[in-house]
Design a protein around this ligand. Sequence first.
Ligand code: HEM
Length: 354
Amino acid sequence: MSVSSSSSSSSSSSSVVVFTCLLIICLITLHITMCVAKPKNTTRSPRQLSIDYYAKVCPQLEQLVGSVTSQQFKEEPVSGPATIRLFFHDCFVEGCDASILISSKPGSKMLAEKDAEDNRDLRGEGFETIRKAKALVESRCPGVVSCADILAIAARDYVHLAGGPYYQVKKGRWDGRRSMASSVASNIPRANSTVDQLLKLFSSKGLTLEDLVVLSGAHTMGFAHCDNFVSRLYDYHGTKQPDPAIDPRLLKELRMSCPHSGGNTDIVAPFDVTTPFLFDHAYYGNLASKLGLLASDQALFLDPRTKPLVQTLAKDKHNFFQAFAEAMEKMGSIGVKRGRKHGEKRKDCSMHIS
Ligand code: HEM
């Protein structure tokens, strides 16, 4: 009995020890969890973007931009492809900082990005979308939302309005203090760029071969001017022959719109002959059928490094949509600026603050 009692008392005291140890372990774990969890919620690395960045200062931001993009898409559907391309041209030069929206100072020799040769065919409808959205946002949330974030949201809106994926846009970009036409040429790909050149450029922005193929899928929408592909129609690489990688029927149609020389420079052809305003995965199927419009598009099917991914995406719209949303987030994080030291929050997106 005494043994049993002593054993029971020793077992109860050992239970207390075990319990106390467990409690201490729990408390330590809880403390560690709290210590680890706390910075996650309150601190951000300087360049990190977040979905709820404007939650306190402009909670209705996405609805405000959305009301402009949906109206514009109804009235001027070309605003969709125009804005998606504008976002791309913004991010690739100086990072996603709305430097593309700055107007050159009248009389100044230093032109802004917008006026560079490689940006001359960016449509006005993209700039107009951002101007309208910014004016509305400023009327409700003055001085807090960057033009760069509005551009990122508007591009996503148009992808979705045109039937593409909806994805959350991370925000917190500041607007850039610098916009120089001279920075554009080396950072924007050309219609006749080779896959090697494209891969090199994309990789310099932290983007992969997969990102290149997936983001090029934006060419499922919109139009290109004849001068971007006319050499493919008549004199490919000085052969006096058309590019053998163009479908003969497409070749005939494109030749009707785009004469060898002296044609109307305003004429454009759709990237996707059947659904130029729809965001779908037709782009990839078109490449497989020799219906790519630019040499740089068709090259993605001709190059053995990129062809397998083109074939995969041609088969699977869901896969493309998911990959596109992820790649847009990645592209939207290029060269992001944070804070007053590196950036500004413009009131008028076309003018620096000072
Ligand atoms: C991969 C290299 C790329 C090249 C060489 C390229 C080149 C071009 C060219 C030459 C045009 C026609 C411009 C015109 O004549 O008006 C164009 C249009 C367009 N690009 Fe790209 N682009 C590339 C990547 C991208 C990316 C990554 C995006 C977006 C994520 C994009 C979105 C667009 C859109 C939506 C249009 C149609 C614009 C409109 O109709 O207003 N492009 N691109």
